[in-house]
Design a protein around this ligand. Structure first.
Ligand code: ZN
Length: 480
């Protein structure tokens, strides 16, 4: 223990113009955080300052992440700044790790004011990779636009931050650590928690673990294969699926979290989850899943590596919904879907595109599709004809609290239900990502190569936007 109370300092700083958090927080190359003076401190102070002092004073805050490179020094700073900013109690996953869904669960369980998650999701890690900071609010979900824009505004005019530089936290030992501060904000405690425990408890209340155990390790059990891609989900897979539900140890691969995810982006798609894809081919396994760095995305494969789209997953769950005890108790009020993930079959990503070119393209595209004459236009590719039924700048109204999320993407819906969605994302560390989602309307699951099915729509999507011409690209960086 230190001698006497820990000193709290106010340190002058200068703002950076580029700390606008995107839909998934602030993401930059690791070297930006390492080399730009107080870059991390400024952003963390902006998060704290976005919460009114009476709300944060003595409050509980959760800290977790996917364990990527730079997480540990960042957590050290976050703890020092939380103490100096009046937070009363920090709950941190052991070794600084906790998946995004688990952080959400812990925020709600402990009625925290929110959580800070250190992750760049499926982006590459390591000294040359990306680092990211997400802020989730008291409902467990990501901060809404209103909050992120407040954080951004503060970051542009920040002049000082508060820190308790002598405070050192032990991220390894489970349990509470108390610190004596010289300011009025006391006591300050840090609690290191098992990152899996609360989340596993939640799952036990949602799913029928006895039935799952029979399915996964009973007499006629199915063989599954799970790939944690060296992200944060490794310990969750080991504890919940192997230890508790009885899957054999060799059904879980890449379950040791690594700071650089073993040199591959922790992106669960056919291109990067190669270990899973290869091992599914020979038909030994009935079901396969891979997870991204922070555990809020997955890829599901069927026997022989058959690719299940997120829309298929939702359809399968919907069809069997009352096998899930949680829904037996609560009933079903409707099916939530995040527009980009669950309607789309194919993804075309153009990464690191020049931001001006991408913004101009989106603006012109919005003007084009907003014109009345655009509706009813027909596009022919090969033997298929698609007629535009509706086109708009999609906004989402939350059915629960009626908040509106604007600029979800530009959407073109065709008369057969097929759709093209253009989205501009700032989630890459360098430049913008233009993402085109293509969803061809099929009543049955498609067992053929989906890229062949979707080729005509992709051609139309590129033609309407003139994307290749305007960005200087001749193909996407990634198709999933
Ligand atoms: Zn993620």
């Amino acid at each position: 223990m230190e001698n006497g109370p820990l000193q709290v300092l106010t340190v002058p700083t200068a703002p950076y113009p580029d700390q606008r958090p995107g839909t998934s927080g602030l993401r930059k190359k690791v070297y930006v955080f390492q080399s730009k003076r107080n870059y991390l401190h400024n952003f963390i102070q902006s998060i704290f300052s976005s919460i009114d002092l009476p709300d944060r004073q003595g409050a509980t805050l959760v800290v977790g992440g996917d364990g990527r490179f730079f997480s540990r020094p960042a957590i050290g700073v976050i703890v020092q700044m939380a103490a100096a900013n009046g937070i009363g109690h920090l709950i941190i996953g052991q070794h600084g790790m906790m998946s995004t869904p688990a952080v959400s669960c812990v925020i709600r369980k402990y009625k925290a004011i929110g959580g800070i998650i250190l992750t760049a999701s499926h982006n590459p890690g390591g000294p040359n990779g990306d680092f990211g900071i997400k802020f989730n609010t008291a409902n467990g979900g990501p901060a809404k636009e209103e909050v992120t824009s407040k954080i951004y505004q503060i970051s542009r005019t920040i002049e000082e931050f508060a820190i308790c530089p002598g405070l050192r936290v032990d991220l390894q030992t489970l349990g509470k650590q108390a610190f004596d501060l010289e300011n009025k904000f006391k006591p300050f405690t840090v609690e290191i928690v098992d990152p899996v425990e609360s989340y596993a408890n939640l799952l036990r209340n949602i799913f029928d673990f006895a039935a799952l155990k029979e399915l996964l390790s009973g007499e006629n059990h199915v063989n599954i294969r799970l790939d944690a891609m060296h992200g944060v989900l490794g310990p969750y897979v080991k504890r919940i699926l192997c230890e508790e539900l009885g899957c054999p140890a060799n059904s879980a691969i890449n379950c040791v979290p690594l700071e650089d995810f073993g040199g591959q982006p922790p992106d669960p798609n056919l291109m990067y989850a190669t270990d899973l894809v290869d091992s599914m081919r020979d038909g030994q396994h009935d079901f396969g899943a891979a997870f991204d760095g922070d555990g809020d995305r997955n890829m599901i494969l069927g026997k022989h590596g058959f690719f299940l789209t997120p829309s298929d997953s939702v359809a399968v769950i919907a069809d069997n919904i009352f096998c899930i005890p949680y829904f037996q108790h609560t009933g079903v009020r409707g099916f939530g879907r995040s527009m980009p993930t669950s309607t789309a079959l194919d993804r075309y990503d153009y990464e690191n595109v020049d931001i001006d070119a991408a913004c101009n393209m989106m603006e012109d595209l919005e003007i084009l599709i907003s014109d009345k004459s655009f509706v009813k236009q027909r596009f022919a590719v090969e033997d298929k004809i698609y007629q535009v039924e509706k086109a708009d700048n999609f906004q989402y109204t939350d059915p629960v609290d009626s908040t509106i999320t604007r600029n979800q993407g530009l959407r073109i819906i065709f008369s057969d239900g097929s759709r093209i969605i253009y989205r501009l994302g700032g989630t890459g560390a360098e430049g913008a990502t233009v993402r085109i989602y293509i969803d061809s309307y099929e009543r049955k699951l498609i067992f053929e190569d989906t890229q062949v099915q979707l080729a005509p729509l992709a051609t139309i999507a590129l033609k309407i936007s003139q994307l290749h011409h305007r960005t200087g690209r001749n193909g996407p960086s990634l198709i999933t």
